[in-house]
Design a binder for this molecule. Structure first.
Ligand code: FES
Ligand SMILES: [Fe+2]
Length: 403
């Protein structure tokens, strides 16, 4: 039985009703395990990786109340380009307007609730396939065929029927990345990104250019995807090419800065796919030219930066044991993104990441399966490497319990 809660002590205030749900889903022993110090078996218990109820709580309290990376601007190639997505169990889509602005809407027709967009596409209007109600790219209803009887079509002037507009979702952009906030009340995007900006002051991020993405459906919980992204302990055992680039003796555990995890190293040299062939950020020191740094802004905006690239890893929970993971690749400047002389280097960069990611996917799926075992009663963590992994459990709990 827990008598005190470090989470409560750390955050000052918690939502007591939500805490009773946390206790219900985790059990008192599981809650205590989640809060246990590093030198004891610790971390969120198995139910936090397999329970639908727990995932629903995470969706409601974390994914619906924070900024969520939703798309790269490069995916929305021109006016009318659309990308459907599920965030916090909620179907939504992003669409680029004729004004170049990207907007997000709930992915549901106002007539009888049909899902409007099922695949990335580009169209002049948002037209429902069921009875052809049609909305403009700003989500305003514009046409209802046969609505008033046979051949009695209704045209709606811009601004005329706001009660029938698509429901908009708060959406903001930063350097070619689009984020959504389902609550509409999250702190300003710039505040949320501030720890990342503080650690990348040496980098002018404005010239990053999107060159493509890869998507993976991983049979693993989203928290395991993030933990694995954060920790460098497994690199020597799992990633032969990465360890050849940066050995264990240049690595450290990383640290949390508020809701943002940070880690970095300086490699002995640049290598294929990491700094050797593509243009670099302007004005880097020789040391930064060999530096790799990475972030994880809770819950789904993880970023890895090398001298010649900016790579986003975005996990989206689709079930307790299923995560959609998107990898987005950015290089530095228009010539790097489009020049034919860099075509091979661009492909090498994306191939390198794909190979690396597949090395992780099989481990993530085994981690998930391991959490079905009642014999797994908390992690025995390395004090040298795993402190931030333990803290992810605390971060998740704090985010859930925050009033
Ligand atoms: S449900 Fe969309 S037009 Fe009828
Ligand atoms: Fe890995």
């Amino acid at each position: 039985m827990i008598t005190t809660s470090p989470t409560r002590a750390a955050s000052g205030e918690i939502d007591l009703q939500v805490e009773s749900r946390v206790r219900q889903y985790l059990g008192d022993d599981g809650y205590a395990q989640a809060l246990a110090p590093l030198d004891q078996p610790c971390g969120l218990p198995n139910s936090a990786f397999w329970s639908e109820d727990w995932l629903a709580l995470e969706q409601e309290r974390i994914f619906r109340r924070n900024w969520i990376f939703a798309a790269a601007d490069g995916e929305l190639d021109g006016p009318g380009a659309m990308k459907p997505l599920e965030v916090a169990g909620t179907p939504l889509f992003l669409v680029k307007g004729r004004d170049g602005k990207v907007r997000a809407f709930h992915n549901v027709c106002r007539h009888r609730g049909t899902q409007l967009v099922t695949a990335p596409c580009r169209q002049a209007t948002i037209t429902c396939p069921y009875h052809a109600w049609s909305y403009d790219l700003q989500g305003q209803l514009r046409r209802r065929p046969h609505f008033n009887g046979p051949d009695q079509h209704e045209a709606v002037a811009p601004g005329e029927a706001p009660e029938l507009y698509l429901y908009a979702i708060r959406c903001e952009s930063w350097n070619g990345c689009h984020f959504v906030d389902l609550s509409g009340t999250a702190a300003p995007l710039a505040d949320w990104l501030a720890p990342l900006m503080a650690r990348t002051r040496a980098y002018d991020l404005t010239p990053i250019r999107w060159i493509g993405k890869k998507s993976y459906r991983i049979k693993s919980n989203w928290k395991l995807v993030l933990e694995n992204y954060m920790e460098g302990y497994h690199v020597f055992a799992a990633h032969p090419r990465l360890i050849a680039h940066a050995p264990m003796n240049v690595r450290w555990s990383g640290e949390w800065i508020g809701h943002v995890f940070y880690n970095d190293y300086v490699a002995p040299q640049v290598t294929v796919g990491r700094g050797d062939a593509l243009p670099h950020f302007p004005g880097l020191t020789p040391e930064d030219t060999r530096r790799g740094l990475w972030f994880a802004c809770l819950p789904n905006f993880a970023v890895e930066v090398y001298a010649d690239q900016f790579v986003v890893l975005a996990p989206f929970p689709y079930g307790p044991d299923e995560t959609l993971e998107e990898l987005h690749f950015f290089v530095i400047g228009d010539e790097a993104a489009q020049g034919s002389r860099y075509a091979v280097a661009r492909q090498e960069l994306m191939d390198m990441w794909h190979d690396l990611n597949l090395e992780d996917v099989s481990l993530l799926e085994r981690l998930q399966q391991g959490r079905r075992s009642p014999a797994f009663d908390g992690a025995r963590l390395s004090p040298a490497w795993d402190g931030p992994v333990r803290e992810l459990s605390q971060q998740v709990l704090q985010s859930i319990l925050r009033p």
